[in-house]
Design a protein around this ligand. Structure first.
Ligand code: SF4
Ligand code: SF4
Ligand code: SF4
Length: 567
């Protein structure tokens, strides 16, 4: 199962997703971005940043609506990050809105967190683990399992609050009860629906963004809803889970011993840095809380970032959570709390040094000076990119510099070999491009021309006219007396750059040929005229002797002369 969909047609080959995927779980195939599921940690970041919206969340909304339509018993497990992320005046208004949509009960996932906090405290008290990594973030679990499997022994062997909550709701209300988690991210959906270890505890996952749209469609304005109580007791300090340091504060309030150093780390970059450090053995006896999103779940991918609500959410959570341990009113049997982890790292085959060099050569990087390491393709270095090509994750055509050079060299061939003069100038008549043929005609090198104004070389009347009127001139014949040339001027305004392109066809040779032909013709006609006149004089003399008219002969000879003129 996949929770992120790709729409090939929308992908604009910008590689932004690849550049921003910290674990490089994106492969480009035939120009299209695809997720490498073996490496993906479902952080949802690529969905957030894709300018084309080519990747979309595989929504459960239709399924949830169908459950409600069939009047099934559907209970909401509401992630505590709702505070501040949804636009309400009183949190009870969310309960009212969700009940209006048809849900049977609305409970806070923080109830599940209360059970998990007790488990974390137990692990600390037992003191059997060298380090304890705690998190309610499935993306962190996937990050460790897929990219740092050697650190699995440090993952607290405890399910997440969402899973604990789903299990508890079903245990209490019957397995037929459907549980819908409403929260901030795609990773939770993966954990709920695609992970065989936890599948079935939660039946569907909806993101806050989706809920917001749904409420709008139904015409439900949170601010106009009544305030109704949640079905659960106050989970108190466990409400802090979605913000950084939330778990640590919860365990402290709930009786954690002081035997472990405590640390909180958030954001994928910092988490990876921390895990590297742990891998090297620099971290010892540490209880560390990791969150993949900077600042915690209040900054998850399913949250509308444009509204900048995460700080409001953080403050709201801080202000509302009672810093006290709730009564142990819910529990789960030990086996329902346990979690196992499996190493799932995929190790790609590495190319040899010679193979890397060979691939680099095919993308035009024959030596280190041509390895620009620009990162535009999504890989930090040309070498990394060559390795990715070897592993079937990247394509040679992704090198933008190479594509640009190819395009430029093709354009250069045209500029260098065309018999036409080509130049581009700007609104000040400053020359911006100047080809080889123009160099020949104007006896000016390109280098010099690019420092000159067009009027230094030629009368610019036609060119200025096109710039000012934006009316192009197509193959207009002109005499360039100064250069002893006849030309066909094609002058085109380029709106995107506010410049003018001139393509000048030198037709001097054709023109001279035509002039020569005309001259020959006129000479022939002159000759014919002389012949006609001479013949007419002779004919008139003979006709005078014979007493006949020469009119017919004159008509024939005149026609012959006119035909010569016309041809
Ligand atoms: S971000 Fe990725 S999926 Fe989106 S358009 Fe760019 S390359 Fe395609
Ligand atoms: S969801 Fe995250 S890990 Fe997966 S491809 Fe997108 S950015 Fe990479
Ligand atoms: S930190 Fe929270 S919102 Fe972000 S990926 Fe993890 S679980 Fe999802």
């Amino acid at each position: 199962m996949n929770v992120i969909n790709f729409q090939d047609a929308n992908c604009a080959h910008c590689y932004k997703c690849l550049r921003n995927c910290d674990v490089k779980a994106i492969r480009i195939k035939q120009g299209q971005a695809q997720i490498v599921t073996d490496m993906c940690i479902y952080c949802g970041h690529c969905m957030e940043i894709c300018p084309q919206e080519a990747k979309t969340f595989d929504s459960d909304l239709a399924y949830v609506k169908s459950l409600l339509y069939k009047k099934e018993r559907v209970v909401v497990s509401l992630d505590p990050s709702y505070r501040g992320l949804l636009d309400y005046e009183d949190s009870g208004q969310i309960v009212d809105a969700l009940l209006k949509l048809g849900f049977s009960q609305v409970r806070e996932t923080a109830e599940g967190a209360a059970i998990i906090t007790r488990e974390y405290v137990r692990l600390m008290k037992e003191g059997k683990m060298d380090n304890i990594i705690v998190t309610s973030c499935p993306a962190i679990v996937y990050l460790v399992e897929k990219h740092y499997p050697m650190l699995i022994p440090y993952l607290a062997p405890v399910v997440s609050p969402m899973i604990a909550h789903g299990r508890w709701i079903k245990d209490r209300m019957g397995q037929h009860t459907k549980v819908v988690f409403i929260g901030p991210c795609v990773a939770k959906k993966m954990e709920a629906e695609a992970d065989s270890r936890t599948r079935g505890c939660v039946d569907a996952v909806i993101e806050f963004n989706e809920l917001q749209k749904w409420l709008e469609e139904e015409g439900i304005d949170l601010k106009h809803c009544e305030s109704r109580p949640f079905a659960n007791q106050d989970p108190m300090v466990n409400q802090l889970y979605p913000i950084t340091n939330g778990i640590i504060r919860a365990v402290d309030v709930c009786g954690a011993p002081g035997t472990y150093k405590k640390l909180t780390v958030s954001s994928i970059k910092s988490c990876r840095e921390f895990l590297h450090s742990m891998k090297r053995g620099y971290i010892d006896h540490c209880f560390v809380e990791l969150n993949l999103c900077a600042g915690g779940c209040v900054n998850g991918p399913g949250v509308d970032k444009r509204r900048g609500f995460r700080f409001k959410a953080t403050m709201s959570i801080e202000n509302n959570a009672l810093l006290a341990a709730p009564p142990a009113y819910i529990t789960l049997p030990k086996e329902e709390l346990e979690r196992t982890y499996v190493p799932r790292q995929v190790v790609d085959k590495m190319p040899t040094e010679a193979e890397i060099k060979e691939i680099l050569k095919t993308i035009g990087k024959s030596n280190s000076t041509t390895e620009f390491n620009c990162g535009a393709c999504g890989y930090m270095t040309c070498r990394e990119k060559a390795i990715a090509i070897y592993q079937g994750k990247a394509e040679a055509a992704m090198c933008l510099i190479r594509s640009y050079e190819n395009a430029r060299s093709q354009a250069n061939v045209v500029m260098e070999t065309t018999p036409n003069l080509i130049f581009i100038f700007d609104k000040e008549m400053r020359i911006r491009e100047f080809n080889r043929r123009a160099e020949d005609v104007f006896h000016t090198s390109r280098q010099d021309a690019l420092r000159m104004y067009l009027f230094e070389l030629i009368d610019t009347k036609d060119f200025e006219e096109v710039y000012h009127t934006h009316e192009n001139k197509l193959r207009v014949k002109q005499k360039w007396e100064q250069y002893n040339m006849t030309v066909l001027e094609t002058i085109v305004y380029i709106p995107s750059s506010d410049r003018v392109l001139a393509i000048i066809e030198d037709v001097s040779a054709e023109e001279k040929q035509a002039e020569r032909m005309l001259e020959q013709k006129l000479n022939t006609v002159k000759l014919a005229q002389a012949v006609v006149e001479k013949q007419m004089t002779t004919a008139q003399e003979i006709a005078g002797l014979l007493g006949e008219t020469t009119a017919e002969t004159k008509a024939i000879l005149t026609k012959l002369r006119d035909t010569l003129l016309e041809s």
